[in-house]
Design a protein around this ligand. Structure first.
Ligand SMILES: N[C@@H](CCC(=O)N[C@@H](CS)C(=O)NCC(=O)O)C(=O)O
Length: 202
């Protein structure tokens, strides 16, 4: 069995679990609930960076969602979500970069807004992160046709949009801004891999 350092609200963890489910290897993963913000957290045993996800395997520990997905992608020869070569690979990588970057910005926003003492919250950083999310949403909207396949790009996009629903409901109406992404998400969110990993409402 593999072991995944897990948090129910982390979009990066969700990305790894949705990916694992779609590849068909999720049953080989034990989830270890980990609160990286607790002063008594033991995350450092597996990840010196103190972050989830981290995937502990017989081949060593993978930190960061991309490395976890790349490893999982090679565990079931019959089903791959990161194409090896050609246009399909470039497409998945390019979409992944945008969606993963928007996820990073969304998490950075939430850390600035919720994890810092109120007096230290810097509005300039909140604006900057929200701008990144909005521009990435525009870029993904412009290539919504590249989300047709279930691959690393579409999985990551769906998890990013799910996180916007969880944390940015009042702050950013992404459906109004990106109607093609809204249509994509309405379908993708029905997949069992997404349903099983839906975060608890905040
Ligand atoms: N680039 C990393 C980002 C992971 C990440 O930011 N995880 C957050 C939870 S969503 C975390 O553990 N943060 C704790 C910290 O920043 O100390 C990945 O792809 O997995």
């Amino acid at each position: 069995m593999m072991k995944l350092r897990y948090s129910p609200t982390s979009p990066f963890v969700r990305k790894v679990l949705v990916f694992a489910d779609e590849v068909g290897v999720v049953d080989r993963i034990d989830r270890v609930n980990t609160d990286v913000w607790s002063t008594s957290t033991d995350i450092f045993k597996d990840n010196p960076l103190g972050k989830v996800p981290a995937l502990v395997t017989n081949d060593g520990v993978f930190v960061g969602s991309f490395a976890c997905c790349d490893y999982l992608d090679r565990q079931n020869g019959a089903r791959r979500l990161i194409p090896d070569t050609g246009a399909a690979r470039w497409r998945a990588m390019q979409v992944h970069g945008l969606a993963d970057g928007a996820m990073e910005a969304a998490v950075a926003y939430v850390i600035e807004a919720l994890r810092r003492p109120q007096d230290y919250v810097y509005q300039g950083n909140l604006d900057r992160q929200l701008d990144k999310i909005a521009r990435a949403a525009d870029a993904l909207e412009a290539r919504a046709g590249d989300l047709a396949e279930v691959d690393l790009g579409s999985v990551t996009t769906a998890c990013t949009l799910g996180y916007l629903d969880l944390r940015f409901k009042e702050k950013f109406d992404w459906r109004a801004r990106a109607p093609k992404l809204a249509a994509f998400y309405a379908q993708f969110a029905k997949r069992p891999s997404m349903q099983k990993t839906a975060p608890p409402p905040s």
